[in-house]
Design a binder for this molecule. Structure first.
Ligand SMILES: NC(=[NH2+])NCCC[C@H](N)C(=O)O
Ligand SMILES: [Mn+2]
Ligand SMILES: [Mn+2]
Length: 299
């Protein structure tokens, strides 16, 4: 693993409709992310938070994609910062913020790879388009957007598209997929391990297969971890909880196996909402997972 790490906060809450997730970066810093990773002998630089514009309350929404303009602008800013971090040879660790920030993260990272792999650890597919979305919330769209599917203002962020290819994606933990998302998964042949597969195969086998699948076909792998992938009993501070998720222990095992495989080249942790949390529990869980991802257990 790259020993030089840059932390980038993305205080975005405009990709969905529950306030508070913009305080995610603070909650994660408060839960000790920097100290935790410094102990592992990383060279850490905290770049602070990228600018996310505030919506003009009086202005009419120009599209049924909620806060399209501001989400797009915030993600342009994030893409620029992430791009610079990768250019300088450092590992970008992005802390959110709602999951719409994956649009900017992937935009900044994918420019540097021919075949960027993506692990989408999430209860959801986030594969909606404006047409298929039941909510109009952009945090339900970033994976589709990164495939070049969706509103132009989003797909073209950072000036190119698509960012990723369907065969380089693995979704882990899905248990709430909308109809349009299921169709897209079939049509594009996206690899998905739903909770059903995780229960049947067990987490070790799911992660082993995922690593093998991505290892030969990609030249870098981005981990996009939505805290709602975990069971809401263990990670309650999220805006769209879905029962029956991956456990704390399964998630640590997954992170440890990624660390062993030594193939993750960028990561983001999203959807921590301290207002909905219980005494910063979810942020603390997230920081623990980062510890495992960055090799606590290999020391
Ligand atoms: N990143 C997330 N938590 N996404 C939840 C998306 C929920 C639902 N599929 C939607 O499109 O609205
Ligand atoms: Mn989710
Ligand atoms: Mn998500």
């Amino acid at each position: 693993m790259n020993r030089k790490l840059s932390i980038i906060g993305a205080p975005m809450d405009l990709g969905q409709n529950r306030r508070g997730v913009d305080m995610g970066p603070s909650a994660l810093r408060y839960a000790g992310v920097i100290e935790r990773l410094e102990r592992l002998e990383y060279d850490i630089e905290d770049l602070g938070d990228v600018h996310i514009p505030r919506p003009n309350r009086k202005e009419e929404q120009e599209s049924h994609l909620r806060n399209l303009k501001e989400v797009a602008e915030g993600n342009e800013n994030l893409a620029e910062t992430v791009d610079q971090v990768v250019t300088s040879g450092r590992f970008p660790l992005i802390i959110g913020g709602d999951h719409s920030i994956a649009i900017g993260s992937l935009a900044g990272i994918a420019k540097h790879y021919d075949n960027l792999g993506v692990i989408w650890y999430d209860a959801h597919g986030d594969l909606n388009t404006g047409d298929s979305s039941p909510s109009g919330n952009i945090h339900g769209m970033p994976l589709a957007v990164s495939l070049g599917i969706g509103h132009e203002r989003l797909t073209n962020i950072h000036g190119f598209e698509p960012k990723i290819k369907p065969e380089n994606i693995v979704i882990i933990g899905a248990r709430s997929l909308d109809e349009g998302e299921k169709q897209l998964i079939k049509e594009k042949g996206i690899r998905v391990y739903t909770m059903h597969e995780i229960d049947r195969m067990g987490m070790p086998e799911v992660i082993k297969e995922s690593v093998e699948y991505l290892k030969d076909r990609t030249d870098g792998v981005h981990l996009s971890l939505d805290l709602d992938g975990l069971d809401p009993n263990e990670a309650p501070g999220v805006g769209t909880p879905v029962m029956g998720g991956m456990s704390y222990r399964e998630s640590h095992l997954a992170m440890e196996m990624f660390a062993e495989a030594n193939f993750i080249t960028s990561a983001e942790f999203v959807e921590v909402n301290p207002i909905l949390d219980e005494k910063n529990k979810t942020a603390t869980v997230a920081v623990g997972l980062m510890g495992s991802l960055f090799g606590e257990n290999l020391k």
